[in-house]
Design a protein around this ligand. Structure first.
Ligand code: C2E
Ligand code: MG
Ligand code: MG
Ligand code: MG
Length: 282
């Protein structure tokens, strides 16, 4: 009986695994056409300057509007795109869209407007795309600090001298650099001595419990103190509540991003949000 059950379970799991594998390869196939079919869309989430309340920054977050599956999360399809080698084309599309959008918003909203763009570690393996971006930036006006690139600690870890050189090229092109999801990786501040970065983004997992009885509060406080000593500005990710906001204020966090202000929004909604806020807080 047990043997029979065991065999059934085994076949159940393999069917399940087969199903997942099929779905993944099907999605990879569809990802190949998604750019051509204009199925990607960029959402923008405001980043609020704590001291002034001004919003002159936003993070660009990609969405995939699939014809039958609906919205697919980047957490699901970015790893597939990395696997299939499609991240270069997709990432380049995002970067160039954001460059154009940042320049428009500089003209329409604020002369210092900045959009931050997530870069996958895989993108550092084909830096020919970077050359194209730097050429575009060099040929446009008013581009200084109009973009920031977000990289994860992993990029800095396998960081070879080569990665450091690439990051330096970004900064020379007038693009700022942020460490994303800080605290979830190896969290060594040693690399920050070697590589010049501008922002540290504290991961949402540390912000979630900051107001509860937990060790996260002193941890976040220490991270902010260290970052400031190293000359970095700090962005708190995933801020949802008034209580989290008050604590972050008391420990001198520079920027706030999270549902408390707004979820990531499609471009027209983001612009409406900005306009409404400008009327409220000119
Ligand atoms: P991330 O760069 O750390 O982006 C922040 C994520 O947290 C976003 O998820 C955002 O919607 C979510 N978030 C922001 N505020 C809150 C909050 O208050 N509460 C909660 N629960 N969540 C919040 P999203 O948009 O699903 O993106 C997930 C990840 O996918 C991103 O994490 C980033 O690593 C990756 N990603 C998104 N767009 C791109 C892209 O264009 N290129 C690459 N390479 N990766 C991207
Ligand atoms: Mg990010
Ligand atoms: Mg993050
Ligand atoms: Mg991330």
């Amino acid at each position: 009986e047990a043997k029979k059950l065991g065999r059934n379970q085994y076949s159940f799991y393999t069917q399940e695994m087969q199903y997942v594998a099929n779905r993944r390869s099907e999605q990879k196939r569809e990802l190949r056409n998604a750019l051509l079919n204009h199925e990607f869309e960029i959402y923008y989430q405001p980043v609020v300057d704590f001291k002034t309340g001004a919003v002159t920054k936003a993070e660009a977050l990609i969405r995939w509007r699939h014809s039958t599956m609906g919205m697919v999360s980047p957490a699901e399809f970015i790893p597939l795109a990395e696997d299939a080698g499609l991240i270069h084309e997709i990432g380049s599309w995002v970067f160039i869209e954001c460059l154009e959008q940042a320049l428009k918003w500089r003209a329409q909203f604020h002369p210092d407007f900045q959009i931050s763009v997530n870069l996958s570690p895989v993108q550092f393996k084909h830096t020919a795309y970077f050359d194209r971006w730097f050429n575009l930036i060099a040929s446009a006006a008013n581009t200084n600090n109009c973009l920031c690139v977000e990289i994860t600690e992993g990029v800095l870890l396998d960081a070879s001298e080569k990665t450091a050189q690439q990051l330096l090229r970004f900064r020379e092109a007038g693009i700022e650099v942020a460490i994303d999801d800080f605290g979830t990786g190896y969290s060594s501040l040693a690399y920050i001595k070697r590589i010049e970065v501008d922002y540290l983004k504290i991961d949402r997992t540390f912000i979630t419990n900051i107001a509860a009885e937990s060790t996260d509060y002193p941890l976040v406080e220490a991270i902010i103190m260290m970052a400031h000593k190293l000359g970095l500005k700090v962005i708190a990710e995933g801020v949802e509540t008034e209580a989290q906001l008050a604590l972050l204020d008391s420990i001198g966090c520079d920027y706030i991003q999270g549902y408390h202000y707004s979820k990531p929004l499609p471009r027209p909604e983001f612009e409406a949000w900005l306009f409404a806020r400008m009327k409220e807080k000119p």
